[in-house]
Design a protein around this ligand. Structure first.
Ligand code: ADP
Ligand code: MG
Length: 399
């Protein structure tokens, strides 16, 4: 689960991290009011969307010469103008894709007097089973270019969670950032605070870019991008409350209500499968037969009629879908129960595209009979390869 920058900063502030003062705003008036509560003389108005690259982003409605999604503002009038230009418009960044994201929320924050920008991120490194802290002296908006052109300027420090954050980790971070004196101490401290926040809230990724040194010798977090491990959200109701569904794909939001793992893709064949491994195999075999999956969908172990119906509806919401392949192994569930669910769901949604169903497992004969006697044009398949061939053939026939 992703959250906005201003929310991430609120979370980090609870762990003592030094962050400039700021307020979220949903309207131009609120943005100006927020700025009035800040000391000035520099205010920064920042678009809040679940994507990075805002500074270099472009607003679709404003043309190529307009400023991006992070705007330094010298007066309250500037704040008003910048907020007015951003709210309601669509920001396109390297991370949003061409469609961009509508800006519905702003963050108005204190402008920092920047001497130098650094980079610090943290993620769970599965290969080492540790938490990796990735740091660079070359922070700021060109970090992708740094990673590409001069990867030696990016250093990784790994922390064994069983050992925890030790003073030597902090010193390693400060050394990698080439900081001396008090700034060196501040770097070690902020690294530990960020680590504590990462661990305590079950983050999957934390990116601070930039971490800045100000002209008066303070180390501040100016940007924070955080995502949490969704499997851990049940133990963080305060974090779950930060979810902004308007930033997510509507079909994926709908799917999560039914506990369905759905990811929209670009192909033509809708897939409904139980088990993530089988779902991946189904997608692969569709590709092997020359077409592309329209989605990943794992209905999970307890696929009942309600879930199957919801899944059908979600798949069919996608206008690209030209056929559906159902591939279900009845292990815990019995095939006849699944077949009844499929038939009822297909009738309820008035299925208008070809449907191929491959069932295997307990009571499979009974399941096949239920589908054959349903009066629906369901095409049965015997195995994975057969199912993929049949759905591709059916879609081509219907075209
Ligand atoms: P993004 O990464 O989405 O482009 P950032 O928050 O990193 O957005 O902002 C982009 C750049 O804008 C930063 O690298 C920094 O130079 C500048 N900036 C951001 N926030 C502030 C601030 N509070 N004061 C001064 N400059 C800022
Ligand atoms: Mg940034």
């Amino acid at each position: 689960m992703n959250i906005h920058e201003y929310q991430a900063k609120e979370v980090l502030a609870k762990f003592g991290v030094a962050i400039p003062k700021g307020f979220a705003a949903l309207s131009v008036e609120d943005a100006v009011k927020a700025a009035e509560q800040l000391p000035g003389p520099l205010y920064v108005v920042k678009a809040q969307i679940h994507a990075g690259g805002r500074g270099k982003g472009k607003f679709k409605e404003l043309g190529p010469d307009a400023k991006g999604g992070v705007r330094l503002s010298k007066t309250l009038d500037d704040v008003r103008t910048n907020a007015g230009e951003m709210l309601g418009n669509t920001l396109v960044t390297i991370q949003t894709g061409e469609a961009g994201k509508q800006v519905n929320r702003l963050y108005v924050t204190d402008g920092a007097d920047i001497a130098k920008e650094y980079y610090l991120s943290m993620l769970v490194d599965r290969a080492s089973g540790r938490i990796a802290m990735v740091v660079s002296t070359e922070g700021g908006m060109d970090i992708e270019a740094v990673a590409h052109d001069t990867p030696e300027k990016i250093q990784t420090i790994t922390i064994d969670p069983a050992e925890g954050f030790q003073p030597h980790h902090g010193r390693a971070v400060a050394f990698a950032l080439k900081l001396k004196g008090d700034l060196n101490k501040q770097a070690a401290k902020v690294a530990e605070q960020l680590y504590n926040a990462f661990l305590a809230t079950d983050m999957a990724m934390l990116e601070v870019n930039p971490l800045v040194e100000t002209t008066d010798g303070q180390l501040l977090v100016l940007d924070a991008k955080v995502s949490f491990d969704s499997n851990s959200l049940y133990r963080h109701p305060d974090i779950l409350a930060l979810r902004d569904e308007t930033e997510e794909d509507p079909a994926e939001v709908e799917a999560s209500k039914y506990d369905l793992a759905y990811i929209k893709l670009d192909g033509d064949i809708g897939c409904m499968v139980n088990g993530a491994g089988l779902a991946m195999a189904t997608m692969d075999i569709i590709k092997l037969n020359g077409m592309f999956p329209a989605n990943f969908l794992d209905v999970g172990g307890g696929a009942n009629k309600e879930k199957v119906t919801a899944a059908f509806k979600i798949i069919l919401q996608d206008p690209n879908v030209k056929g559906i392949l159902v591939n279900i192994f009845g292990g815990i569930m019995k095939c006849d129960v699944i077949a009844e669910g499929i038939v009822a769901a297909a009738k309820e949604v008035n299925l208008s595209v070809p449907l191929v169903v491959r069932l295997e497992g307990t009571n499979v004969q009974l399941g096949k009979e239920i589908m054959a006697n349903s009066g629906l044009p369901i095409v049965p398949a015997d195995d994975l390869g057969d199912a993929a061939k049949k759905i591709v053939a059916e879609v081509k026939k219907a075209a």
